[in-house]
Every structure is written in structure tokens, then in C-alpha cells.
Design a protein around this ligand. Structure first.
Ligand code: F7E
Length: 304
């Protein structure tokens, strides 16, 4: 609910739980959708070590339950192909599946080596989506999305933790920001661009998987330095490295090769790294100025 609070009233909410097969079948029966986007997961990587079994249930088996709900409601079986006008399914796969990367940049053909229970769960969901496409002829595809951010990002993820931290320090509510591995590199893009890619994937005639990212990678340290600079601050005066935020196994370096998406979807990101970080810092300065320093951080930030 946290992510869609602003939309309540404009959208109709129907209950369904990734842990409950019957509830998903009921939801699909009731809504009769043309398209289903599974963006749900236990998605905070550090939490996936603390709740590994729950992560497997939600992030991994949850995909099976959604696919089964679509299959059952569409009357599809191994001997019966989907009827014309079948439900199209999008699975939110993740660059975390590449983990300890075998090559750089990463493409649709790069082998997976996930480094967390979250990455392992996503890899299961990815292969299962492919398997339902091949076994039942379903229109089921995965977007392998690299990190995508916006001012609505949860406070536990590093981009928002930094933009909120900078805003709090700038406005005098806090003096320090405690972070983990500043050397990790990520390919960060704007979430709005990535949602457009998801829609383009379902609008195609042929179901296929795509890597979605910018092709540009930055260190966490660069993100930090830029965010503080935007607010007229020097990060060295405020940032403290805290071992509590170091992960048991890290994904060191991710960088997308989005050529297939460019060629076959006509997709390109419209917002670059600097514009994204500026957008997030400015949004948090505005939010905290208006709210007297209060932000919705119900889930975090916290250590793993
Ligand atoms: O970490 C490092 C941390 O938590 C990014 C999810 O949406 O994208 C996201 O996963 C990097 C890591 O995202 C802190 O060690 C340093 O190397 O923002 P993050 P993530 O783990 O890359 C993928 C594509 C998904 O699918 C996931 O669901 O930043 N880092 N210091 C820190 N990270 C956090 N969270 N907090 C720190 O204090």
C-alpha cells in the first residue's frame, strides 16, 4: 500500500495474496484482466537473509501462484493451448540474478549467479515464467530490470536513504548518514522509464525477455557525493561507514546492455543519473520542509 497510497481513489483495489493460491484465482476471475504485472516481492535484499524462507515463498513461489491463477482461469492445460485473447503476464525479474557477474555488461544471455536468497527467488520466478511460456504457450515474459528509482522509492534502499539523509542534514534534523559498502556499483535509472518498458514488452506480438537498464554504472560513493553536492554540502563532513550495513555476500558491479530493448522495443531511458539524483534530493527537501522533518519510513532504514 505504501507505494500506491497517492493513487487510492483513482484505482480499484482487489485483494490477493502471493501466499494464497485461492485468493489469486478469485482476483483473476473477478477482474478478467487483459494484462497482469507481477511487481510484488520481498524486494529488500538484506531482509532476504533474515527471512529466507518467506522470501522463497513470496519472491519465488509467488510467481508460480500467479501463473497458475492465470492458467487455471484461462482454461489452459498441457493439451489445451490458450484461447485467442489470452491474458498477458509480466514478471519483474531483477539484475540481482546476475549477482557475481560472469561478464559485463549483462545481456539476456548472461548466465545467472545470484548472491542472496532474494536473487535466488527471482531466478526461480524468471525460469518458471519462461517455462510456462514454453510448456503452455502462454504470453508470459520477464523484464530483467536493473535498479530503478524515484522520489517514491522506499527509504531502506540506498538512493532514497541518501536523498532523505541529505535533506534531513540540510534542514538541520540530523548530522550523520550511516552507510555500508560505498564501492558497490549499480546501473541506476528512473522508475517511470522502466514502467514504460514493461508496457512495451506486453504490447509486442512475440513474447520475449528483455534487459532494461541505462548501460551506465556508478559507485555508491558517486551517488553520495552528488546528492550532498546538490544540497550544497560536503559528504565527507557527514557520512560514516557502518559495518551493520555490509551484506553477507555483495553484488559488486552491475551494468546493463539494453541493446535488445532499444532495437526491438524502441525503448531508451529519458532520465540520466544526475537528473535522477537531483529529482530525488529536491523532492525530499520539499517533503521534509512541508512535513517538519517527517517522512514515511515505516520499513526502515535499518541494518540487515
Ligand atoms: O543497494 C549498497 C548495497 O538496497 C544498492 C532492489 O530494488 O535493485 C535493488 O537491490 C547498493 C548495494 O539496492 C547501503 O550494499 C551501501 O550494493 O539500494 P539497494 P539493491 O540491493 O541493488 C534490484 C534491481 C532489485 O531487484 C531489488 O529488489 O548499495 N549500500 N550502503 C547500501 N544499500 C542500502 N540499502 N543501505 C545502505 O546503507
Amino acid at each position: 500500500m505504501r507505494g500506491i497510497r497517492q493513487l487510492v481513489g483513482d484505482v480499484r483495489l482487489v485483494r490477493g495474496d502471493l501466499l494464497d493460491q485461492g485468493s489469486l484465482i478469485s482476483a483473476v476471475e473477478r477482474v478478467q484482466p487483459d494484462e497482469v504485472y507481477n511487481l510484488a516481492a520481498m524486494s529488500y535484499v538484506p531482509m532476504s537473509w533474515q527471512q529466507a524462507e518467506l522470501t522463497g515463498e513470496v519472491t519465488g513461489l509467488g510467481v508460480l501462484r500467479v501463473l497458475e491463477a492465470i492458467r487455471v482461469c484461462s482454461g489452459i492445460s498441457a493439451s489445451r493451448s490458450p484461447a485467442h485473447g489470452q491474458i498477458r503476464f509480466y514478471q519483474a525479474s531483477s539484475s540481482e540474478m546476475f549477482g557475481k557477474v560472469r561478464e559485463s555488461p549483462q545481456t539476456e544471455r548472461t548466465p545467472f549467479h545470484p548472491r542472496s536468497p532474494y536473487g535466488v527467488g527471482k531466478t526461480y520466478g524468471h525460469f518458471l515464467t519462461q517455462n510456462y511460456r514454453e510448456s503452455y504457450g502462454m504470453f508470459a515474459v520477464s523484464g530483467i530490470l536493473f535498479n530503478h528509482e524515484s522520489p517514491r522509492r522506499g527509504a531502506e534502499f540506498v538512493s532514497r536513504k541518501v536523498s532523505l539523509g541529505v535533506a534531513k542534514i540540510k534542514l538541520g534534523y540530523e548530522r550523520q548518514l550511516r552507510l555500508g559498502n560505498m564501492q558497490a556499483r549499480r546501473d541506476w535509472g528512473f522508475a517511470g522509464d522502466y514502467v514504460r518498458a514493461m508496457q512495451l514488452m506486453l504490447a509486442r506480438d512475440d513474447p520475449a525477455d528483455f534487459v532494461i537498464g541505462t548501460g551506465v554504472t556508478h559507485e555508491v560513493a558517486e551517488l553520495v557525493e552528488l546528492a550532498f553536492k546538490i544540497a550544497g554540502l560536503d559528504w565527507r563532513d557527514h557520512v560514516v561507514c557502518d559495518a551493520a550495513f555490509i551484506r553477507p555476500a555483495e553484488v559488486d558491479h552491475l551494468c546493463a546492455d539494453p541493446s535488445k530493448a532499444k532495437d526491438q522495443l524502441g525503448w531508451e531511458p529519458t532520465i540520466g543519473f544526475e537528473e535522477l539524483v537531483t529529482m530525488m534530493v529536491e523532492a525530499d527537501l520539499e517533503l521534509l520542509s512541508a512535513s517538519g522533518g517527517q517522512a514515511d519510513e515505516s520499513f526502515g532504514p535499518e541494518s540487515w
